[in-house]
Design a binder for this molecule. Structure first.
Ligand SMILES: Nc1ncnc2c1ncn2[C@@H]1O[C@H](COP(=O)(O)OP(=O)(O)O)[C@@H](O)[C@H]1O
Ligand SMILES: [Mg+2]
Length: 971
């Protein structure tokens, strides 16, 4: 589910420090305000003052243009209401010549009168301008204040010009092909940054948080909408890091769908992502050398093996085209299997480590084997082989020794002899090593190369009418036929007969039909294509055998195994050319399926949730495509009618198109025009309407070698070719005959096989979490920094990006259950809310209060939030707004508590001091009193003594006197 990124994000102070130290040039780096444990980190460009704030900026608009799609302009006069026109002056920026491809001369300040009827809602799309008056650029396009085609185009253009190839649209990464390797963009340091922040540290933090919550110590943490990635420059490493992260935390399979047209950078992107995924595990121990740029680091054997097989796909499946010297002419689904291993040392209980891989390929453009455009080439491997050392060539086949590409008519002359700075002979060395890793060495390698020679030699056969029979034909190049026969180990006459004559069934008998020279040539070409396609298939199987984990059968398309899986799809994007053939129909069908998945995952499930919650929903009819899918693959759809036509003895394009138009005359997805020729029809695809030319549909869909050709190839002495074709022959023999023949035949057609593969792919995707990378080719000349507006716009349309962003903006990216909302935000209100009220009402009271200052003229808050049956839904930025209020409130509350605590402590100190003072005073007083008392006691004692002395003296005196008297008396 798409979650449009929040404009304000929480990060910890530690993260903020990391951020600044590692990526000092990240645009989002200022305005950090400390708030408790968390910091609010806000992009400078997220300033609410952005976009259309000044009077000046209101007059800055885009106007449509035939050559540049959209041009920036300034309104010079108020809009003429009566005639619906506006006068504008073009406002072409200074960097225009450097940043714009196809630099048609343009007058910088040309005045133009534009008709508002040509614009949606009679409004000119506004430019996004920042405070300094410059065009505003966002790393997440859903944050553009004015969002439309033109703003998306100029945002991408600006970033591409500044060497920032990646831009986010919610969860999708849009990748503009930079056409030059940007310094540091794929460095070990960059990888480590994403690994640390999005994988290892993120997982640790989440686990701690979970533990706290489980222990009842944490409340619903701020992290529930925390998305650390919002702070980083968008990058495909974030997609791969998140895939690994989610695999670690949810044990759920992950898929990354990379789409785009030829030359947009899909294959490079998949390589970048694949290399990253393969090395994430090792980064946990810090083995990635941070200054190392190439990604070549100490790798487990399986990882280097997986990376080494890539050149095989490139050599056999890529070719130089007008738009891309290294264009892959097939689709590829790469799965990396990861084994969950216990590993307490690393701080996590277990980590996923790469255990193997598997590859599924789609629709190899085998027609390229027999013909290619001027200034283009056939598949690379032929040129690599012809540039191999002479001795090797001689060991493959004598006839190859002194040949060059000009010796073979399928190749012809070409000026291209380098692919991305490496010559064909250098690439030959590389491919030899790669082939050896999957077991193609010695005789097996020779056999494979000889099979390639057979393909090339088939192309050297020429045909002419049979001098003895004007209806038939013969091979006129007898020398070349002899060479071919030596290569195939067969009699020349057998080959000639198989190619120039056809056995057909007439009633119960087989008769020999003659073929014209043109038909014979076609038959020869068909054989060459079939052999090459079989070699490619065989190599894919060998690669799978050699890289898949030993206990996994990759042929069983199941996710029921012990491995976690991260998969990447590199498939041709949606195509619409002047003439669209059968292959375009298949490619566009695959893209329709992927689009369907995308819409279901991102919009339909959300729409259903909104409906359950009783919230008005958005319209997805623009991008929802089940009607097209039904037209294509439904019970009586395009594929089914075509298959029927293929089993009819005289099936042809006209009758196929006629049936299609009759059966689907009411379908609004089938485009029928009066001026269509009988073999033409159109389909309204989600991206655009495509007109197809059905003339080759029946043969291309059938794609079966005639029986006699097949029997002939099965006798070939080349063991690779023989074994492949024998298998085909055995399968063909198993096909039902009689009434069930039709079923058997249709199950073998190209469209049925392709559909089966795509459905299997979709089923796999259903079990996985899908992420999208949309590659865009900014210009046709492969030049860096420049953007061709029309080329880019075409791709934005095909990818359905603008529509998707617009819908995404209508959605509510954040939601919270009523209970959680109440617990979290009741602190915001001072109102005395009745505890007995229903929680929905309580929540509504808080929200009403919170948004009362923002009440728009409509008098309702729908543009900010909606209260559903069980949840509250927020438009972008609104939850963050009340979150920030809550944080402020918490901050204030924390201050109050802090102050109270301080006061309490001070008072306590004071009281202690006071008590101390009193005690000291008392002690002092006591001491003084004691001294005085002592003195007094002494005095009293002295007095007492004196008195007692006097008294005693007196008594003694008396006693003395009494005694004396007695003595006297006795005498
Ligand atoms: N990320 C990138 N950085 C630099 N150059 C790139 C990048 N991606 C693609 N390219 C260039 O663009 C060319 C075409 O890319 P490729 O992946 O083959 O396109 P696609 O697979 O979509 O046809 C490559 O040969 C390479 O020169
Ligand atoms: Mg490619």
């Amino acid at each position: 589910r798409s979650r449009i990124s929040s404009t304000v994000t929480f990060i910890t102070s530690e993260q903020a420090t990391n951020l600044r130290s590692v990526m000092p040039d990240v645009s989002i780096r200022e305005s950090i305000t400390k708030l408790g444990d968390f910091q609010y980190l806000k992009s400078v460009t997220e300033d609410p003052g952005d976009g259309q704030t000044t009077k000046e900026s209101h007059s800055l608009v885009f106007v449509s243009d035939d050559k540049f799609a959209w041009l920036p302009a300034r309104l010079t006069k108020p809009i003429g209401i009566e005639d619906n026109t506006a006068t504008v002056e073009l406002d072409i920026p200074d960097d225009w010549p450097n940043s714009t491809a196809n630099g048609e001369a343009i007058e910088r300040n040309e005045l133009r009168v534009v008709n508002l009827k040509d614009y949606p809602d009679y409004e000119l799309p506004k430019q996004n301008i920042d405070r300094s008056g410059k065009l505003l650029s966002k790393d997440d396009m859903s944050n553009l204040p004015n969002l439309h085609e033109a703003s998306v185009l100029y945002n991408l253009k600006d970033r591409h010009y500044r060497d920032l190839p990646y831009t986010r649209v919610g969860d999708i990464i849009v990748a503009m092909n930079p056409f030059h390797w940007i310094d540091g963009l794929y460095s070990g340091e960059k990888r480590r940054f994403y690994n640390d922040n999005l994988v290892w540290n993120a997982i640790k933090k989440e686990r701690e948080m979970k533990k706290k919550i489980e222990a009842g110590k944490g409340e619903l943490q701020d992290s529930f909408f925390q998305k650390p990635v919002d702070m980083f420059d968008p990058h495909v490493y974030e997609t791969s890091a998140y895939a690994y992260h989610d695999l670690m935390t949810n044990n759920q399979n992950q898929s990354i769908l990379v789409s785009g047209e030829s030359g947009a950078g899909k294959t490079e992107t998949v390589k970048i992502v694949l290399t990253h995924i393969a090395t994430i595990e090792s980064s946990i121990f810090g083995t990635v050398n941070p200054t190392e740029d190439t990604g070549a680091l100490e790798q487990p054997e399986i990882v280097s093996k997986i990376l080494k097989v890539e050149p095989i796909f490139e050599a056999f499946g890529n070719a130089a085209t007008l738009h891309n010297n290294n264009s892959s002419r097939f689709g590829k689904f790469t799965s990396i299997y990861l084994d969950k291993k216990e590993d307490k040392e690393c701080g996590f209980d277990s980590v996923y480590s790469v255990a193997g891989s598997s590859f599924v390929t789609y629709l190899l453009e085998k027609a390229r084997v027999v013909s290619h455009g001027q200034r283009e080439r056939s598949f690379h491997i032929f040129y690599h082989l012809l540039n191999a050392p002479k001795e090797f060539k001689a060991s493959v086949w004598d006839g190859l020794k002194d040949t060059t590409q000009e010796s073979f008519s399928y190749l012809g002359s070409t000026e291209i002899n380098h692919i991305d700075d490496r010559s064909d002979s250098q690439l030959w060395e590389e491919i030899q090593i790669s082939l050896a890793t999957i077991g193609f060495e010695g005789e097996r390698m020779i056999s494979l190369m000889r099979a390639l020679c057979i393909v090339l030699q088939l192309g050297n056969q020429t045909f002419s009418p049979d001098p003895h029979d004007a209806e038939g034909s013969i091979i006129s190049s007898q020398d070349e036929l002899l060479k071919l026969s030596l290569l195939m180990g067969m009699e020349p006459t057998v080959i000639e007969k198989a190619i120039t004559k056809r056995k057909v069934k007439a009633g119960f008998e087989w008769i020999e039909a003659k073929m014209t020279a043109v038909d014979s040539k076609d038959s020869c070409d068909a054989l060459a294509k079939k052999i090459y396609a079989q070699l490619f298939e065989m190599l894919t199987e060998s690669i799978n055998e050699s890289t898949a984990p030993t206990d996994l059968d990759v042929n069983i398309n199941s996710s029921d195994h012990k491995y976690g899986c991260i998969s990447m799809l590199d498939l041709f994007g949606f195509e619409s050319f002047k003439v669209n053939r059968f292959e375009q129909l298949c490619i566009n069908y695959a893209n329709e399926r992927i689009q369907h998945r995308y819409v279901v995952d991102n919009f339909i499930s959300v729409k259903e949730e909104y409906e359950r919650e009783g919230i008005d929903t958005f319209d997805v009819s623009d991008i929802e495509n089940s009607a097209v899918l039904k037209l294509l693959e439904g019970r009586m759809g395009v594929f089914s009618i075509l298959n029927d036509e293929c089993v009819r003895p005289k099936g042809n394009a006209e009758s196929f198109v006629y049936k299609l138009k009759t059966i689907h005359r009411d379908s609004y997805k089938l485009v029928v025009k009066k001026l269509d020729r009988p073999w033409e029809f159109g389909i309204k695809h989600y991206a655009t309407t495509v007109k197809y030319d059905a003339r080759n549909f029946v043969t291309r869909n059938n794609d079966q070698l005639p029986k006699d050709v097949l029997e002939c190839v099965c006798k070939c002495t080349n063991d690779i070719i023989r074994s492949r074709f024998e298998t085909i022959a055995i399968e063909r023999a198993k096909q039902p005959t009689g009434i069930r023949r039709k079923m058997g035949a249709t199950s073998a057609t190209v469209c049925t096989k392709f559909r089966t593969k795509i459905i299997a792919l979709m089923e796999f995707l259903l079990t996985s979490k899908i992420r999208y990378i949309r590659c865009i080719k900014p210009n046709e000349n492969m030049s860096p920094h420049t953007t061709d507006h029309l080329v880019t716009m075409r791709q934005l349309g095909s990818a359905g990006l603008v529509k998707a962003v617009n819908i995404a903006r209508e959605m509510f990216p954040n939601s919270l259950s009523h209970d959680k909302f109440w617990v979290r935000f009741k602190c915001l209100t001072k109102l005395n809310i009745d505890e007995n009220l229903d929680v929905k009402e309580q929540v509504s009271i808080i929200l009403n209060e919170q948004f009362k200052d923002k009440l728009p003229s409509s008098g309702c808050h729908d543009c900010f939030y909606r209260v559903g049956a069980t949840k509250v839904f927020f438009k972008p930025g609104q939850l963050e707004l009340i979150e920030s209020r809550r944080a402020t409130r918490k901050h204030k509350a924390a201050n109050i508590i802090n102050n109270q605590a301080k006061a309490y402590r001070k008072k306590k100190n004071f009281l202690t001091l006071k008590r101390g003072a009193i005690l000291v005073q008392a002690l002092a007083r006591r001491k003084k009193e004691q001294a005085e008392l002592k003195k007094k006691k002494e005095v009293v004692l002295a007095i007492q003594c004196a008195i007692r002395l006097a008294r005693a003296r007196r008594t003694l005196q008396k006693k003395k006197e009494d005694r004396a008297a007695t003595i006297i008396q006795n005498r």
